[in-house]
Design a protein around this ligand. Structure first.
Ligand SMILES: N[C@@H](CCC(=O)N[C@@H](CS)C(=O)NCC(=O)O)C(=O)O
Length: 220
């Protein structure tokens, strides 16, 4: 039975799963939910994911939500190419990168991205700038990790890259908006602030089928 992916345009968590599916060359049925129409809170969807969030994956009778859980399920079920490391050490480092992202980047990112995209809370400049400082610190660490290597862990793309990348893209998009200008986030131009991250972003953008994962409403 086909894999079905419930996702939302621009959701970095859904983007992780799409990239995982594409890198593994897995066919899937796209179920794009419109947040503006409340489709993620519709009763039928809440039966699949009681949190009413994206992504949710359906593989035959098996239903799973939470992006990292889905990535790890897909890797175990469809191991080629392996995305969670070939050695115990790689697996540990990949999970460390993912845990750091969830612990530090996601919440700070939300504090910066949300006001810029939705216009609410833009007056809390100090709070936003504090979150931006956390993000610059995290990006610096990522940049240093990428100084001697094309990928975050090991010599191939892994779940670490796929897990972190959509959050970075979302941040860059927010930083490029007009509303971000007075906030002085110190993130752009990326090639100057974090040159290794900039090259890594280009590397991921050059993956085959990357364009299929690009948030459709970002093209508008
Ligand atoms: N920890 C979850 C986060 C999922 C999440 O927050 N998704 C957002 C989109 S970026 C969502 O569906 N929000 C809709 C809502 O909360 O109503 C994961 O990794 O899957």
């Amino acid at each position: 039975m086909a894999i079905e992916l419930y996702w939302g345009s621009g959701s970095p968590f859904a983007w992780r799963v799409m990239l995982t599916l594409e890198v593994k060359g897995l066919a899937y049925e796209s179920k794009l939910l419109e947040f503006s129409k409340g489709e993620n809170k519709a009763p039928a969807y809440l039966l699949l994911n009681p949190r009413g969030k994206v992504p949710t994956l359906k593989d035959g009778d098996f239903v799973l939500y939470e992006s990292l859980a889905i990535m790890s399920y897909l890797d175990r079920k469809y191991p080629d190419p392996p995305l969670f490391g070939k050695t115990p050490e790689e697996t540990g480092l990949i999970w460390r990168a993912l845990a750091e992202c969830e612990s530090y980047v996601v919440s700070a990112g939300d504090k910066v991205v949300r006001p810029i995209f939705f216009g609410k809370g833009l007056e809390k400049v100090e709070e936003i700038q504090q979150a931006a400082q956390t993000l610059r610190h995290e990006l610096k660490m990522i940049d240093e990790r990428l100084a001697g290597s094309h990928w975050l862990v090991g010599d191939k793309i892994s779940a670490a890259d796929i897990g972190v990348f959509p959050l970075v893209q979302l941040l860059l998009r927010a930083a490029s908006k007009e509303a971000a200008r007075p906030l002085n986030l110190g993130l752009l131009p990326l090639a100057q602030t974090f040159p290794n991250v900039a090259r890594w972003v280009q590397r991921i953008e050059a993956l085959p089928n990357y364009q299929r994962t690009y948030p459709p409403h970002w093209r508008e």
